[in-house]
Design a protein around this ligand. Structure first.
Ligand SMILES: NC(=O)c1ccc[n+]([C@@H]2O[C@H](COP(=O)([O-])OP(=O)(O)OC[C@H]3O[C@@H](n4cnc5c(N)ncnc54)[C@H](OP(=O)(O)O)[C@@H]3O)[C@@H](O)[C@H]2O)c1
Length: 235
């Protein structure tokens, strides 16, 4: 049976590595629904996949700012009309603007919660409203959601919410046979990590492809054996 995967934050980093991992594999995932804002990086990825498509898969890209909740609702209806279903959902997009407590603007806190928490919630809820039954949902949290760190208040709080929300979704959707796994990566060499730790040498830490390989494993037959609430992935 052919399956569809929806990946948020697919333009770069872990999301792009995950998209490429599923796209360049002879597996049962035939439709890739890729979400990010419009950017040169995202356009290049779409062009790369479209030009070199060894298994004849469908690439269905959508430009969206995930802080815009009303647009997510509309987009999920379009996705269902276009793809018919979403079997595998990877809630990967993430936003951070590290900042000392005294300087945090409430608008930025709201944006962080919007992209990191309300967007994955809205995607899941709206697709359920559209009658979708998921096989697998992977929510990307962070080890920053498991302990507080100076300057990372808004990011850490949002990721703690993702960990807890994943448990609730897992319990509520188990009646449909949906598996829900939360992944908390440690340090991974991406643009987001560069914002959090500008002086770090990216070659010394985990690479996006490593996280993508764990997501791939979760979607495989072996993944059915994983029954974890919050899966820490680190090098
Ligand atoms: N890198 C790490 O060390 C690390 C550790 C733990 C957890 N994580 C988590 O891993 C996930 C992926 O991040 P990454 O490390 O791969 O970072 P990244 O390379 O900076 O990618 C972030 C992705 O999120 C998307 N995104 C951000 N804000 C968005 C918005 N408002 N609307 C739509 N898309 C938006 C970006 O798309 P645009 O092109 O639209 O910007 C991009 O595709 C995030 O949830 C992050 O919190 C990362």
């Amino acid at each position: 049976m052919s399956k569809s995967i929806l990946i948020t934050g697919a333009s770069k980093g872990i999301g792009a590595a995950t998209a490429e991992r599923f796209f360049y594999a002879d597996n049962d995932v035939t439709d890739l629904i890729l979400l990010a804002r419009e950017s040169e990086e995202f356009e290049k990825l779409i062009a790369r996949l479209t030009d070199d498509n060894p298994y004849g898969k469908r690439v269905l890209p959508h430009f969206i700012d995930l802080a815009d909740r009303a647009r997510i609702v509309g987009l999920m209806r379009d996705v269902m009309a276009e793809a018919g279903k979403v079997d595998i959902l990877i809630n990967n997009a993430g936003y951070t603007a590290p900042c000392a407590l005294q300087q945090i603007s409430f608008a930025d806190f709201e944006r962080t919660m919007g992209v990191n928490v309300y967007a994955p919630f809205t995607i899941v809820q709206e697709l359920l409203h559209c009658g979708n039954t998921f096989e697998l949902i992977v929510n990307i949290a962070s080890t920053a959601g498991m302990s507080g760190r100076p300057g990372w208040l808004t990011y850490g709080a949002s990721k703690a919410a993702v960990i807890n929300m994943s448990e609730a979704i897992k319990e509520e959707l188990s009646i449909y046979g949906t598996r829900v796994v939360c992944i908390s990566p440690g340090r991974c060499a991406t643009d987001l990590r560069r914002k959090l730790a500008p002086d770090e040498d990216p070659s010394t830490i985990m690479q996006p492809e490593h996280v993508a390989s764990v997501i791939d494993m979760l979607a495989s037959d072996v993944g059915h054996l994983v029954d974890s609430q919050n899966f820490v992935v680190r090098r």
